[in-house]
Design a protein around this ligand. Structure first.
Ligand SMILES: [Zn+2]
Ligand SMILES: [Zn+2]
Length: 350
């Protein structure tokens, strides 16, 4: 095995979440890559709603951050060291200098879920940027070579970091079994909701309703193809949508999704609630005979996501509203957490 490590400075800078709401910049020595791993110099990292949960509360769901952690799971960069014979997620040889997006989910590969083609449901998995595995808000990171996906030139750096949320949206879309001619609704026009809007348009839905409290996000949803929008919760509901996606914070938005759904509809739940509880009126869901489907991350989405963006079918860059350097990571997180006007997707460049 040839490790080209001598060309790479192994000391690097990490933005470490040391306590809720607090980042510290730490100089670290990069560990030697494990067998099958490449070292990636990180270029762009997206800030996600789940990062905001961990930043504000020090936990997400039942996963608590028990020691300082590097966040960041939506990212791309450049491979700087690659052992001979390693291949990327599509079986192509990896080499230093390759621009790659990195799938953050690391499944065990041999449990029943993995063997049945559902690595996103692997109970033995780790996830970059979720405790205890460090993520990408640092200058260098070792990742399994098969988690990397070569980026064609048509995809920008921030566009490469958008492939992770696009994968989440694509996975949710697949769970919804959307058919041409369906009427669809999306509750929540954050990045995932907006990407769902774009994907649903590509799928030939005939009505596409978006519920979103923030005006600038409703406007972008309409630009991207929503046929109707409302601010939610107090608005009258039509109960006519064949498939509804909840892509907000899984609070009142779940009830909103159930109200929008027609009898027999599928309701795909993508959002994660801050209090780890979900409330929906039982009689409403029961009388409509709704199928409530929980989306868990994504599986096998990077090749399709890359083809969609590189082929010009989907513009992910239009969702990037803010770009901050790593030194201003705290500002970047605050801008997202406070939903300052105009915020869609906040990016950090490393
Ligand atoms: Zn995310
Ligand atoms: Zn597994």
């Amino acid at each position: 095995m040839i490790h080209l490590t001598e060309t790479v400075a192994r000391t690097h800078t990490a933005a470490v979440l040391t306590a809720p709401g607090t980042f510290a910049f730490v100089q670290r020595e990069l560990a030697a890559p494990a067998p099958g791993e490449v070292t990636v110099r990180i270029w762009a990292v997206g800030v996600c709603g789940s990062d905001i949960h961990m930043y504000q509360d020090g936990r997400i769901g039942t996963t608590e951050i028990l020691s300082p952690l590097v966040l960041g799971h939506e990212f791309m960069g450049e491979i700087v060291t690659a052992p001979e014979g390693c291949t990327d997620g599509e079986g192509r040889p990896v080499h230093p200098g390759m621009r790659v997006a990195v799938e953050p989910h690391v499944a065990c590969g041999h449990c029943r879920s993995c063997l049945e083609g559902h690595p996103n449901l692997c109970p033995n998995h780790t996830f970059m940027g979720v405790f205890p595995r460090d993520g990408a808000l640092q200058t260098l990171l070792n990742v399994p070579a098969h988690n990397t996906f070569a980026l064609p030139d048509q995809i920008t750096d921030v566009g490469g970091a958008m492939l992770e949320p696009l994968g989440v949206a694509l996975h949710a879309l697949r769970l919804g079994h959307v058919r041409v001619g369906d009427r669809a609704a999306v509750v929540g026009a954050g990045p995932i909701g907006l990407l769902l809007v774009a994907l649903l348009r590509l799928n030939g839905v005939t009505a596409l309703h978006v519920t979103e409290p923030l005006a600038w996000r409703r406007e972008l949803a309409a630009q991207m193809g929503a046929t109707s929008t409302d601010a939610g919760f107090s608005a009258p509901h039509d109960s006519l949508y064949d498939v509804v996606f909840e892509a907000a914070w899984a609070d009142a938005s779940v009830q909103d999704a159930a109200l929008l759904a027609r009898p027999g509809a599928r309701v795909v739940l993508v959002g994660i609630p801050g209090d780890d509880r979900m409330t929906v009126q039982h009689s409403l869901a029961r009388r409509k005979g709704l199928s409530l489907i929980f989306a868990r991350r994504m599986a096998h989405t990077y090749p399709a996501a890359i083809a969609l963006v590189a082929g010009g079918l989907l513009d992910v860059d239009q969702l990037v509203s803010d770009v901050y350097p790593l030194a201003e990571v705290e500002r970047a997180f605050q801008r997202h957490a406070q939903y300052e006007p105009g915020v869609i997707k906040v990016m950090v460049t490393v």
